[in-house]
Design a protein around this ligand. Structure first.
Ligand SMILES: Nc1ncnc2c1ncn2[C@@H]1O[C@H](COP(=O)(O)OP(=O)(O)O)[C@@H](O)[C@H]1O
Ligand SMILES: N[C@@H](CCC(=O)OP(=O)(O)O)C(=O)O
Length: 368
């Protein structure tokens, strides 16, 4: 439905739109209600065109911070929890009011990294979001900041948005921030040029990115780049664009947006999409021998059989993600366990056993 920069028409049916903290707030940290209203109006326009939209929105901490003054010495993690617990109410209420004026219902979904780690939680979440979309309700997602602290956190909501896009098989991911996209240097410098198009041939852009991030942001532009590349590799069209620009979503739709667009690759296998994001979520590790490794990397479609397993670690069950390493300990892929550790102990090294990882649920790192 939208035009790409080379003017070919691409499908836009299911879209995840991530709205950064800086988009929903003004420079002084106060909520930017007119900006949120404009974005809701644009989302409504997309929805009325039949496009399914999932929102991932930051802003709970920023909204809470302007409401609640905390003593300077309060533990920084606790500060964030208090602000998020308070600010999420105002944030979701703002979306609810604005969308209701436009005739749309919304639903709030608060998630943690753990929910993407566990296949059952993952499928429950996916079913819920798909159910909401089928009822034409707009899912509005944020991290559950009150329970997700330190190592349990997503790098930031760009990671959450990218995981969500892969989970629901979205064709498009739009990361809205306070700059037009990725520049060749600090965006405020005149010499810095906007990179408008990124494909498999484009050089690595990470050296262009400064460590700086906007006042309320968490991960910065580097996470956006990494998540955009990962999503594009999974076949999703990605746009990093300026949510502060008037009519930005409409411009993306009609191909006239000034932004950074990532060309999607042609892969479209949803279990593999889930696995591609699984490196931080694996519950067990299995070491395989050279023969098994050669079979997995051969041109023939091969599942991983227990006869090729040398050793294992971790307490995993059927459905959990396993990391696969070779004899030298190099990480070579991820897969979904067909059975748990207890059954694997009995089958390891034995012939004529059911695969521990089926090919359909096997993701090798050469795909990246
Ligand atoms: N090369 C670059 N191109 C564009 N922005 C960059 C670059 N290097 C660093 N940045 C910074 O990244 C910021 C956006 O990331 P972030 O603060 O995480 O935003 P958000 O809160 O929207 O997620 C921009 O405000 C910009 O200052
Ligand atoms: N969950 C946090 C968002 C943290 C975050 O990732 O912020 P950002 O980098 O602005 O997307 C909040 O709502 O404040």
């Amino acid at each position: 439905m939208y035009q790409s920069h080379n003017q070919s028409t691409l499908p836009l049916q299911t879209c995840v739109i991530k709205i950064g903290s800086n988009v929903v707030t003004q420079e002084d940290g106060m909520p930017d209600f007119s900006r949120i209203k404009s974005l809701c109006t644009q989302v409504s326009f997309l929805k009325n065109k039949g496009i399914k939209v999932v929102l991932v929105t930051s802003g709970a901490v920023a909204f809470g911070r302007k409401n609640i003054l905390l003593p300077e010495k309060t533990n920084p993690v606790l500060k964030k929890q208090i602000w998020a617990a308070n600010g999420q109410i105002a944030l979701i209420h703002t979306y609810q009011q604005l969308f209701s004026e436009l005739g749309h219902s919304i639903a709030q979904i608060l998630v943690t990294k753990e929910d993407f780690r566990d296949r059952k939680h993952y499928l429950n979440m996916k079913n819920c979001i798909e159910g909401l979309l089928s009822q034409s309700i707009i899912p509005v997602i944020n991290e559950n900041d009150t329970v997700a602290i330190t190592e349990l956190m997503f790098t930031d909501n760009d990671e959450l948005a990218s995981l969500t896009a892969a989970m629901i098989n979205a064709d498009t991911l739009i990361l809205l921030t306070n700059v037009n996209g990725i520049y060749t240097g600090p965006p405020e410098l005149q010499d810095s040029k906007l990179i408008q198009h990124v494909d498999q041939q484009t050089q690595d852009l990470s050296s262009f990115i400064q460590a700086s991030k906007s006042s309320f942001g968490r991960g910065g532009m580097l996470t956006k780049l990494n998540m955009a590349k990962k999503s594009a590799n999974l076949g999703i069209s990605v746009f990093i664009a300026n949510g502060k620009r008037e009519a930005i979503l409409n411009d993306i739709l009609n191909g006239s947006a000034i932004c950074t667009q990532f060309e999607p690759s042609q892969v479209k296998q949803s279990p593999k999409k889930w696995l591609a994001h699984g490196e931080q979520y694996y519950k067990g590790e299995i070491r395989i021998n050279e023969g098994a490794k050669n079979a997995l990397f051969s041109n023939k479609i091969s599942s991983l059989l227990p006869v090729g397993v040398i050793s294992y670690s971790g307490d995993f069950e059927k459905g959990d993600i396993l990391r696969i390493i070779d004899e030298r300990g190099n990480r070579i892929g991820l897969g979904r366990a067909e059975y748990g550790i207890k059954a694997l102990i009995e089958k390891t090294g034995q012939k004529k056993q059911k695969p521990i990882i089926h090919y359909d649920y096997l993701y090798l790192f050469t795909h990246e």
